[in-house]
Design a protein around this ligand. Structure first.
Ligand code: DLL
Length: 465
């Protein structure tokens, strides 16, 4: 069937020029007596059309990867598969996974499906060890990226006339430029301030009438804290578009209460495109995946079996329109679940639950599996704490020790020793109740733990050193 119906703008369909002539806003003009198609129209595609579109694109992207990327071709051939094996969306589950090490092993350009003449941009993600992973975009990929970020901002309630302070880092990190192009495509005013230089951030925020800010949630907390100290108010700021790291519901509650803004969660990863894979909408109840470009599956992290909607597991993503670097069944290591119910906002795009953890940020202390997000939720439930904490892991005489350092409010810190001791005990108990493990809790003065300008580093694991 023809998926280029009224609801799917032609530029949204097919691999040739996705998103090339995007009409971001629905403004009537003399040449368009009817309002032009808003770029977020694909968010509301009837499910049947969306599935047809996904299948068409899936076949195209698998063919592209098979024909142009030796690693994909080889992996399919050894399983006796070819692009003809894809007859329906479910057939995707027979295809082999792609993992981060595949990018490392083929460093720098081994998974590219376009010649350099067609590639207009490279980004890289540093990771924790060794060489970075390199990702590539054709002109059409950049156009898709702008549209999905435009749709992200629209879902967060932004529009033309908003003034967006983009404090995601510009550079090889995808956050800065990804948000930049999307906000421009929306017709908003972008301030490309990048991360860091907190005093200048606050000056710009107030003086330029900023209405929305993009940054990691941890950096925004730092800005908030500094604003409070300086007595700077946040002017017209009403929306925060936060992502790139896990942040708990408790953390969001603190941010919204202290700043008075609406804080939205956005998700993405370099290997798939950067920011723009998924976003919350005004309901703040799970993140819609831009399924017309990225196909989500949830798998059991240990067996790789596809899990039913509603079951927690590892998010696996397949790009449906990427040209320069198609990704087939990429294991994100991010743990979440697909939400079975449709969203009250009317978008037909499926949602994932907020990502609280990665399968690889778990650490084991005396036989107990611990995720930093569990510690965060426990700490922030106790009154008197600030949302700044760090977890230090050491090994003493062969025994693992975990220390949680958490800042406490200035009021508490000036209190009597007894009050502080009481707080420390309440925190120890809160952590113990969550983890089933007694750990050392240390209260520290406000502003003693290191602040991040980008992604926060919560765990300092010194056991291997
Ligand atoms: O962090 C892209 C991005 C930029 C997303 C700006 C959102 C905003 P990477 O540096 O490749 O790309 O890191 C990707 O960060 O696999 C998750 O583990 C984590 N992550 C990203 N967004 C969220 C989020 C960018 N909203 C990795 N919640 C991903 C939890 C997130 N974790």
């Amino acid at each position: 069937m023809d998926v280029r119906g009224d609801l799917a703008p032609p530029e949204e369909v097919g691999l040739k020029s996705p998103g090339a002539n995007i009409s971001p806003v629905s403004v009537p003009s003399p040449n368009h007596p009817q309002p032009v198609q808003p770029a977020s129209a694909p968010d509301y595609l009837p499910t049947r059309l969306l599935r047809d579109l996904q299948l068409t694109r899936l076949v195209a992207v698998v063919t592209r990867a098979y024909e142009r990327v030796p690693l994909f071709r080889h992996r399919m051939e050894v399983r006796g598969l070819s692009p003809a094996s894809i007859g329906k969306l479910e057939d995707l589950s027979a295809l082999p996974f792609t993992v981060k090490n595949d990018l490392r092993d083929t460093y720098p350009f081994g998974l590219f499906a376009s010649p350099m003449e067609e590639i207009v941009r490279l980004h890289a993600s540093s990771g924790t060890t060794g060489k970075p992973i390199v990702v590539a975009y054709t002109e059409a990929d950049v156009a898709v990226w702008s549209t999905v970020m435009l749709r992200t901002f629209a879902a967060c309630g932004l529009h033309r006339g908003d003034v967006v302070q983009n404090a995601y880092g510009y550079g090889l990190f995808t956050g800065g430029l990804g948000a930049h192009y999307g906000a421009e495509a929306l017709g908003a005013t972008v301030i490309p301030i990048s991360g860091g230089n907190t005093e200048r951030q606050l000056m710009v925020l107030k003086d330029f009438g900023v209405t929305a800010i993009c940054s990691t949630p941890s950096y925004f907390l730092h800005l908030l804290e500094r604003a409070k100290e300086n007595g700077t108010d946040l002017g017209k700021l009403r929306v925060g578009v936060f992502g790139a790291e896990p942040w708990s519901d408790a953390m969001r509650a603190r941010i919204e209460a202290e700043s008075g803004i609406a804080a939205y969660d956005i998700y993405g990863l370099s290997e798939i495109i950067g920011p723009g894979v998924g976003t919350e909408c005004e309901r703040q109840d799970g993140l819609h995946i831009f399924e017309d470009h990225f196909y989500p599956e949830i798998v059991d992290p240990s067996t790789g079996a596809v899990l039913p909607d509603g079951t927690e597991g590892e998010l696996v993503l397949t790009t449906l329109s990427k040209q320069a670097m198609p990704m087939i069944r990429y294991r994100t290591r991010d743990i979440t679940a697909l939400v079975p119910e449709p969203c009250a906002c009317g978008r037909t795009l499926r949602r994932i639950r907020r990502i609280s953890r990665r399968s690889d940020d778990m650490f084991v202390i005396r036989g107990v599996n611990v995720f930093p997000s569990q510690v965060e939720t426990a700490l922030l439930a106790v009154e008197g704490t600030l949302p700044h904490y760090q977890i230090a892991l050491t090994r003493e005489k062969g025994l693992d020790e975990m220390e949680v350092r958490v800042e406490v409010t200035p009021e508490f810190f000036s209190d009597q020793i007894r009050a502080l001791e009481g707080l420390r005990e309440r925190l120890s108990l809160a952590v113990e109740r969550t983890l089933g493990l007694r750990v050392k809790v240390t209260l520290v003065e406000p502003r003693t733990l290191q602040r991040s300008e980008g992604k926060a580093r919560r765990v300092d694991d010194r056991r291997q050193m």
